[in-house]
Design a protein around this ligand. Sequence first.
Ligand code: NAD
Length: 344
Amino acid sequence: MAVFNHVSFDEHEQVVFCHDKESGLRAIIAIHNTNLGPAVGGCRMWNYQSDDEALTDVLRLSRGMTYKNALAGLAMGGGKSVIIADPKTENREQLFRAFGRFVHSLGGRYYSAEDVGTTPADIMIAHDETPYVLGLEGMSGDPSPFTAMGTYLGIKAAVKHKLDKDSLKGLKIAVQGVGHVGYYLCKHLHEEGAELFVTDIHQASLDKVATDFGAVVVAPQDIYALDVDVYAPCALGATLNDTTLPQLKASIVAGCANNQLAEPRHGEQLKQMGILYAPDYVINAGGIINVSFEKDYDATKSTAKVEEIYNTLLSIFKQADEQNRTTAEVADEMARAIINGTQA
Ligand code: NAD
């Protein structure tokens, strides 16, 4: 398993492989870039099929955090961690204590938080071992409602740009993954009168959005080909790929999942298909924005900053049109200018 020659290695500053015999913890922490401040990004727990799969994920996710934090205007670099384990594992106390000790060993170069497969309660356990965790209960708390709010506003920006509509009323929206973020997103969309189509691999989550918001439930493989206005990927990454793109009927792809494009060329393909893509790390920055207010937490200030996602996306969409480039390229270029201190 190569690291420096890995296809997803992008001049990462530090990659730490963690093993704790007592708890069985196997984790990787990746610090991508600290130009703007300490690296910040959540901890994902997943049943990775191989160490290489976990490494690929953490390298890509940590890079995404650098870009996300920069474009959200935060004084934070990018990092991420993955724990190779069943997200439903019972052994959480030992596991997250061990994880917390590894985070602590980095001396504040990396701050962790909740992500897929982990909960604010897990992060509280890690906090017993280190102060270098964010999104704590009783402080900024669960970032998911803020990620959902930003994603909702991002969908509105995409609808404004592509369909010239100020409201989502009557629009058909397909949401893939109705977990922490997906549930709150469906709530916003339902309250504005959108018609919801949802899928998940967890039946109880589906039942809840069907009951609470009248969402129509479809099988996981059927979500792509639905005749909808917006496809919102809110589960895992790489769902925009060679198999799914030909199926899409939506004119907008806008959701909270990280790393939605399997490869950069899929962003170009979406453009050629006339589908407007809201770059993932821009639309899903609400949670990290909220986390950035952890010290002296102020929900009003945090909300106001999350609301900036709407205008940031409108500006990216406009520039992409004017320059005949993909939205992902424009976002990357804007982020790089901030990271390198070369923005106009
Ligand atoms: P979550 O684990 O609570 O929800 C993910 C949901 O997707 C789960 O309900 C899961 O059952 C479902 N799922 C998994 N595989 C699926 C498949 N193949 N088809 C359909 N559904 C599937 O995670 P979350 O916190 O809601 O995050 C969702 C996405 O948003 C992730 O990609 C995450 O990295 C990203 N994200 C989350 C936050 C946050 O604040 N939680 C912030 C930024 C980005």
